[in-house]
Design a protein around this ligand. Structure first.
Ligand code: NZQ
Ligand code: ZN
Length: 389
């Protein structure tokens, strides 16, 4: 196991009706805030009204900025930064999913600097301060409610890039499984896929003697495999949502990669797909992950076998371990298909006409490798995308 430091400062407030405590919780940090949300679900579900009533009761003033799109755009981040500066706002409250939270984190970093916050996404410098961010999560998927990450798309150039900083861990996140009851089935499936991907990115590691975190990762994967079909069948199943939602947060809050190094190539490759074709992140991952696995399988067949046997209950074929591993990949694909997701680019409705461009962007013109379990250059990324096609 590798050396590590571990600290997660985000307070989690979990359970029924917890969004009604948001005003009192925000008031501990700020008096004037940016209230940031997406394309309309928070209005139709009545959540926004409950949030503003709670803020009002706690004496918190707010400025509203809605309209965050999935694959959140830089132009709206700029608008949020402008509002924060003009009204001297003290906190950004995200009400929504990963896209709203990531946009809020970008605004929080941009509000305290004169330069364009996009510089951080290009790797030009790192933030040294940010406004506090708080969240009310409405879809378990990206894990941004307790992560250091933010992923933003710059419209010109179709460039989707990430920043990681401990400064943007939310100060608190409210998780009420009841808020998931209105999720469309496609979004539920994409969320399940993203959570599984966060677990598998961490699972496929070259670090040895990580049996404890292996077991935690396996347990979390098995939880999603068990609970996702239940919430697909009955989107008002509170108990199944509670398990699913908490597993989704734990999957990406860095606890499960303590002492190990995750891979993350599939995420880097998927970000090129959703950056260009504007598909849902989870849907893109369902296409990339099986292809990545088939491409890297022989790097460590034993690890794939452990995953296939423990997570997917594949019977070990001692004479043909690779066949055991391949069965695991097939069971994973069957699981995604069962949720209604496509496992090829074609099925996703993406014409595989920009594979070279995606491979080029992903590796910065073949100057950088992606991944840790297996380090991939431009030709490897292109080969994986062709496998996915
Ligand atoms: O915009 P509204 O109307 O709210 O609709 C949203 C959106 O269309 C809808 N939705 C959310 N909650 C709902 C709901 N509809 C009905 N009822 C509810 N309760 O769902 C749609 C998708 O929302 P979005 O926020 O885009 O989903 P998700 O949470 O999957 O976020 C995806 C983004 O997160 C990034 C992805 O790349 C993508 O841009 N990621 C962020 C990470 C991080 N910050 O740590 C890590 C991830 O790997 C990921 O890359
Ligand atoms: Zn993800």
């Amino acid at each position: 196991m590798d050396n590590f430091e571990h600290r997660i400062p985000t307070k989690i407030i979990f359970g029924k009706g917890t969004e009604n405590a948001v005003g009192a919780e925000v008031a501990k940090h700020a008096k004037r805030i940016l209230l940031h949300f997406g394309g309309g679900s928070v209005r139709t579900t009545g959540l926004l009204d409950r949030v503003t009533a709670s803020l009002k009761a706690a004496g918190v003033d707010w400025v509203e900025l809605g309209g965050v799109k999935p694959n959140p755009r830089l132009s709206l981040v700029h608008e949020g930064v402008r509002l924060c500066k003009e009204h001297r706002l003290e906190l950004v409250l995200a009400v929504g999913g990963g896209s709203v939270i990531d946009s809020s984190k970008a605004i929080a970093m941009g509000a305290l600097i004169d330069n364009d916050v996009w510089d951080f996404y290009l790797g030009k410098g790192a933030p040294i301060a940010a406004l506090p961010v708080a969240t009310i999560l409405t879809i378990p998927a990206a894990g941004s409610e307790m992560s250091t990450g933010t992923v933003i798309t710059k419209e010109e150039g179709d460039l989707k890039r990430a920043v990681n900083s401990e400064l943007i861990y939310p100060v608190f996140s409210i998780l009420n499984p009841e808020l998931c009851f209105t999720l469309p089935r496609f979004q539920i499936a994409c969320g399940a896929m993203d959570i599984m991907a966060h677990l598998m990115e961490r699972y496929f590691t070259n670090v040895k003697h990580v049996g404890f975190t292996d077991r935690l990762l396996e347990a979390t994967m098995k939880t999603i495999i068990a609970e996702a079909p239940k919430v697909m069948a009955n989107p008002k199943n509170y108990d199944a949502w509670a398990e699913f939602m908490w597993a989704g947060t734990i999957a990406h809050n860095n606890l499960l990669n303590t002492g190990r190094v995750g891979d993350w190539a599939s995420h880097a490759i998927e970000h090129e797909i959703s950056g260009i074709y504007d598909v849902a992140h989870g849907a893109g991952l369902a296409v990339v992950f099986p292809a990545w696995m088939r491409y890297t399988l022989r790097h460590d067949v034993e690890r794939f076998v452990q995953w296939a046997v423990r997570v997917w209950n594949v019977e070990l074929d001692v004479f043909d371990p690779e066949a055991t591993a391949r069965k695991g990949i097939e069971r994973m694909e069957a699981f995604y298909k069962g949720l209604g997701l496509a496992v090829t680019l074609d099925g996703l409705g993406v014409a595989a006409d920009r594979i070279e461009e995606m491979a080029d962007k992903c590796t910065d013109g073949d100057t950088q490798q992606v991944g840790n379990f297996v380090m991939l250059g431009k030709s490897d990324v292109a080969a994986i995308l062709r496998l996915a096609a």
